[in-house]
Write a protein that binds this ligand. Structure first.
Ligand code: COS
Length: 395
């Protein structure tokens, strides 16, 4: 049983505490059985991912990804609720967490910057799980350096025509809608990008080339060939694309930290259960001080990660719209710390820790990508340093 004392922290309202109990019970009942088999083939990955979206939709949990005016639960996105959901799902299944996260990340540009028409088109279907969205930012030659992206969108009468290639696109090939970031050229670099809402069945979009990764997730390259969209598909204004992307990441980076926290809590729980039962040299592992030292380090890292994640979420919900610094700290620390916690758990398990399919082995594969996607750990350090230096200069 995972530690729940963090719910008493002042970052939460009673409604969050109540919510945490409900989602926890629901995940044990409805997600754990679906997650028992780890998918292997691309077809299995897609089928399981869609099954998670359907279950999350039927359970009403996806309503937390969408504002109430468009079929959601609450007036505006509540990052603490998103974090509690991701943490809880991640404790049971990395793919279920991913399925939930994508409903939020893929639709957030529209929630934050879309027109009423775009919101009506996308958000109610995201809230029920009827539509899957994707966030198409990275390219083969520009991952971290967003301002250098080269997919182009050229104005042609009442339309824009998109050409070029994206990669590492989550929900690629199964998404119904893609938010695509492209160069429209209002200015050089970051100020010359715009975002577009593109339907998955647009004949100019091809997401069929899949990418297989160490922890199975739906991921693909997305190629645009004379992909024509009406000018009304633009999300935000011309040249606002960088701001749309970064503001979305400001919300979702904290939730990546929350997913890492869920993985770390599960690893700690598994390690304690193993160490208190496994015997060596006439004692249980938990009686050895070297194992106790590991467990202490793991527990401290879990709490420190939780403090940073929920500090960032609370700040975004109650104090400030822009939480670039807090979100970067939460993602950086929680993902790096979770990697260490999971590695320690594998070590405590010994040979059993590297057997395919045991929970700590799955966690070992699941955590790795979180230190890369939505901004690598190195990028988070650049962001944090930049913010700290700017704050000092502004006095
Ligand atoms: N919210 C709103 N606006 C933001 C912002 C944010 N979080 N961050 C930057 N901006 C604005 C800046 O204020 C600046 O605006 P002005 O030109 O009007 O001053 C503009 O955007 C450019 O900002 P900056 O100069 O900091 O951009 P850089 O090109 O130096 O890029 C990094 C900054 C590297 C931090 C950014 O590109 C980044 O986060 N990269 C990682 C991307 C990523 O997560 N990739 C994974 C893909 S998603 S799986």
């Amino acid at each position: 049983m995972s530690d729940k004392t963090f719910l008493q922290w002042p970052f939460f309202d009673d409604a969050h505490r109540d919510y945490a109990g409900k989602i926890d019970a629901w995940v044990s009942e409805s997600i754990a059985p679906l997650a028992e088999h780890e998918p292997e083939t691309i077809v299995e990955v897609d089928t399981q991912s869609k099954a998670f979206v359907s279950a999350l939709g039927a359970g009403g949990w996806l309503k937390n990804c969408v504002p109430s005016a468009y079929g959601g639960n609450i007036e505006k996105l509540d990052v603490r609720t998103l974090c509690l959901t991701r943490e809880t799902l991640a404790r049971t299944s990395g793919l279920a967490d991913f399925a939930f996260a994508m409903q939020g990340l893929g639709s957030a540009p529209v929630t934050l910057f879309g027109t009423d028409e775009q919101k009506q088109l996308l958000l109610p279907k995201v809230a029920t799980g009827e539509a899957l969205p994707a966030f198409a930012l990275s390219e083969p030659a520009s991952g971290s350096d967003v301002a250098a992206l080269s997919v182009s969108a050229k104005r042609d009468g009442e339309d824009y025509v998109i050409n070029g290639e994206k990669t590492w696109i989550s929900n690629g090939n199964i998404a119904d809608y893609y938010v695509v970031f492209a160069r429209t050229g209002e200015a050089p670099g970051a100020r010359g990008l715009s975002a577009f809402l593109v339907e998955g069945d647009n004949p100019g979009l091809d997401a069929s080339e899949r990418i297989k990764v160490i922890a199975p997730h739906p991921l693909s390259r997305v190629k645009f060939t004379d992909c024509r969209v009406p000018a009304t598909a633009m999300v935000g204004g011309p040249g606002d694309g960088f701001k749309v992307a970064m503001s979305t990441l400001d919300v979702f980076r904290s939730t990546v930290g929350a997913a890492a926290l869920g993985f770390a809590r599960r690893a700690l729980d598994e390690a304690i259960a193993w160490a208190t039962n496994r015997e060596a040299f006439g004692s249980t592992l938990s009686e050895f001080q070297l194992i106790q030292a590991k467990i202490a380090d793991m527990a401290v890292k879990v709490d420190a990660a939780a403090l940073l994640v929920y500090r960032a979420a609370w700040t975004r919900d109650t104090v400030a719209d822009r939480v670039t610094r807090e979100a970067a700290m939460a993602k950086l620390y929680a993902t790096d710390a979770a990697q260490e916690v999971i590695d320690d758990a594998v070590q405590i398990f010994g040979g059993m820790g590297v057997v395919s399919g045991v929970p700590v082995e799955q966690l070992y594969r699941e955590i790795r990508a979180l230190r890369i996607y939505e901004g690598t750990s190195e990028i988070q350090k650049l962001v944090i340093a930049g913010q700290a230096i700017k704050a000092a200069q502004e006095g």
